[in-house]
Ligand binder design. Sequence first.
Ligand SMILES: Cc1cc2nc3c(=O)[nH]c(=O)nc-3n(C[C@H](O)[C@H](O)[C@H](O)COP(=O)(O)OP(=O)(O)OC[C@H]3O[C@@H](n4cnc5c(N)ncnc54)[C@H](O)[C@@H]3O)c2cc1C
Length: 200
Amino acid sequence: MSPEQLRKEWSCTNDRSLTFDPSKMTKLLDHDNHEMRKKFREFMSDPVMTPRYDIPLAEEREVALQRLQRICDAKFISVTDFWTNPLRIFAAHEISAIIDPAMATKMTVQFNLFGGSVVKLGTKRHHDQLIKGIDTLDDVGCFGLTELGYGNNAVEMETTAVYDKESKEFIINTPTTLAQKYWITNGAVHAKHIIVFAQV
Ligand SMILES: Cc1cc2nc3c(=O)[nH]c(=O)nc-3n(C[C@H](O)[C@H](O)[C@H](O)COP(=O)(O)OP(=O)(O)OC[C@H]3O[C@@H](n4cnc5c(N)ncnc54)[C@H](O)[C@@H]3O)c2cc1C
């Protein structure tokens, strides 16, 4: 049964003994972006969003991508919300995480860690090249901070970025096993770009 059908069937919502108005309570708890949250909840009844359990890892990854693609196609989130309405990004995370935390992790890396870094740390050149594709998911990215040996202690990370004057490029080097980037969401599949954190 979809969430919409459940709400209609749920006798409690028609119970006269209810001492408060559920729609007012929803508004209070939602706090902001009410119209967008309402539409997003209705959208979650889409069959592709129905939770599925005990499926192989490769399929889990593809399902997460498909779900995020639907959300992007419906324009419920944009990396440019960081400039215009950051609470909209939090709202999208809250609602998505209810049905699929794996997809919500993918969403947060694409729009927050990767996309947010492009917006905040990038220049016009990066913005012109990437922002549209971040929103449409044509440019999936990842965020390479954590290393196997260092985790939270990122100041100790070993990966280096050395500028090569001849080629005008940064040469990235992972000198030891412990320096390998680890836990990188979207890194195993889907990502076409990475924000690399390294010792310069
Ligand atoms: C689902 C998921 C997705 C992730 N995606 C990404 C990603 O896309 N990109 C990325 O870069 N990383 C990603 N990470 C990695 C995440 O950011 C790391 O888990 C984090 O950097 C912590 O590293 P760690 O797990 O090795 O923990 P550790 O650094 O080993 O920490 C373990 C515990 O020890 C504590 N601790 C550590 N050092 C100290 C200290 N010096 N003093 C006191 N306490 C300390 C910590 O607070 C923590 O409680 C992801 C992790 C998860 C679970």
